[in-house]
Design a protein around this ligand. Structure first.
Ligand SMILES: [Zn+2]
Length: 191
């Protein structure tokens, strides 16, 4: 059995976000994130886990800022590969249908990023819940004070950023805080 693999898009998005926000530390991180290896479809899990752990030990809000930036890149690249009707869904679809579409898009990206991740999509009225099992961001044995799957929330938020309705995003639960799974919630706000 080969080592667990991480999709190249997630690795490339993390690399680009670190280059933007931590340019002085890029060389250090590149010893784990090796762009040359990305000609393959996937990179190994172990170096990515190491990068995530180092990011958690950076100062202040650096970890969350890198996750938000990486998710912004990933969502742009992910959407670029979608057909026209999906890319314009936010302006054309009824609210519940759009939330279901966003849920499906996020589920596909999260599950493609790492085979051990499984996502269930729940849509009720103006609310989308993504129930994420096997998050690669939240398996750390280190004591966590905050939810660690900021990337998942930021990715979902980025998908709806251009929509006709504003949304409020929250991390309702996180495995790193003792939850059974991680839950990302998007709620459509009435204007
Ligand atoms: Zn989590």
């Amino acid at each position: 059995m080969s080592e667990a693999r991480i999709d190249r898009l997630l690795a490339a998005a993390l690399h680009q976000a670190i280059a933007d926000l931590l340019p002085m530390r890029l060389e250090f991180y590149e010893s784990y994130l090796r762009p040359r290896g990305w000609r393959e479809d996937a990179v190994n899990l172990a170096p990515i886990s190491a990068v995530l752990s180092f990011l958690r030990h950076e100062d202040g809000d650096t970890h969350d800022a890198v996750m938000v930036q990486a998710a912004a890149y990933a969502s742009t690249w992910w959407m670029a590969g979608q057909p026209w009707h999906v890319r314009t869904g936010g302006r054309l679809l009824p609210r519940w249908m759009r939330l279901r579409q966003v849920g499906t898009l996020a589920k596909r990206h999260f599950e493609a990023s790492y085979r051990g991740t499984k996502v269930k999509v729940h849509v009720r009225r103006g609310r989308l819940d993504l129930e994420i099992r096997g998050s690669i961001f939240c398996s750390s044995r280190e004591q966590a004070r905050d939810a660690q799957c900021r990337y998942y929330l930021a990715f979902a938020e980025a998908l709806v950023a251009q929509d006709a309705w504003p949304h409020r995003g929250t991390l309702v639960a996180c495995r790193a805080l003792g939850g059974e799974c991680c839950v990302v919630r998007l709620e459509a706000q009435d204007q």
